[in-house]
Design a protein around this ligand. Structure first.
Ligand SMILES: CC(C)(COP(=O)(O)OP(=O)(O)OC[C@H]1O[C@@H](n2cnc3c(N)ncnc32)[C@H](O)[C@@H]1OP(=O)(O)O)[C@@H](O)C(=O)NCCC(=O)NCCS
Length: 167
């Protein structure tokens, strides 16, 4: 576990565990989360269990749980591609609108980067109209690469590449 102190809050980050399953399930079925996801239908507990078990055991997927001193705050997902990782975040619906998305994402990225010897560019695919999410990723140094009708595509250069390109 690693603690990242930010002006807004102290966020602890660790790998997701089996005991986090029911929180992640409940946050995933929140209506706003579903609206902002690729699949909109509610997920059944059984489907979630299969997905979660696979996610915990998949070496190409990294699920991180962010908490503050009181409670679990957000889950972040990093899907490892060849040179990049696709990132998403889901904040406890009860805690939205307080700036916790940005500090959680920052803390999760720091944890993810510390876990890996190899550096990954980070990608995010966000619904165009998901303005809070776009603000959060932009605040965490994600740069808009392109947009299509539905989706905004963002990239955050690895620190190595960012230094070389003067970003
Ligand atoms: C996206 C999410 C992580 C944002 O976290 P959050 O902490 O609740 O975000 P906030 O409400 O504090 O808003 C973040 C920023 O967007 C701004 N914002 C919020 N609603 C907005 C709107 N409708 N229009 C423009 N800006 C808006 C806020 O003012 C804030 O800006 P600031 O950082 O400059 O103050 C959270 O809402 C969430 O989990 N949503 C559901 C899942 C999801 O959409 N995940 C993203 C997919 S990758």
């Amino acid at each position: 576990m690693a603690t990242f102190n930010t002006p807004a809050s102290a966020i602890e980050v660790r790998l997701a565990l089996e005991e986090d399953s029911r929180w992640i399930f409940s946050w995933r079925n929140d209506p706003v989360t579903r609206e902002m996801s690729h699949t909109h239908n509610p997920i059944s507990w059984e489907d979630h269990r299969v997905w979660f078990d696979e996610a915990l055991n998949n070496p190409a997927r990294c699920l991180l749980m962010c908490s503050n001193a009181q409670r679990r705050v957000a889950v972040t997902r990093f899907d490892l591609l060849t040179h990049e990782a696709l990132v998403s975040i889901n904040l406890d619906p009860d805690l939205r609108g307080q700036g916790l998305g940005k500090v959680s994402l920052e803390a999760a990225i720091a944890y993810f980067n510390a876990l890996h010897v190899k550096s990954y560019d980070l990608l995010a695919e966000i619904k165009r109209h998901n303005l809070p999410s776009r603000r959060v990723f932009e605040a965490c140094e994600f740069i808009l690469e392109r947009e299509d009708q539905a989706t905004a595509y963002y990239r955050r250069l690895t620190r190595d590449r960012a230094d070389r390109t003067g970003f």
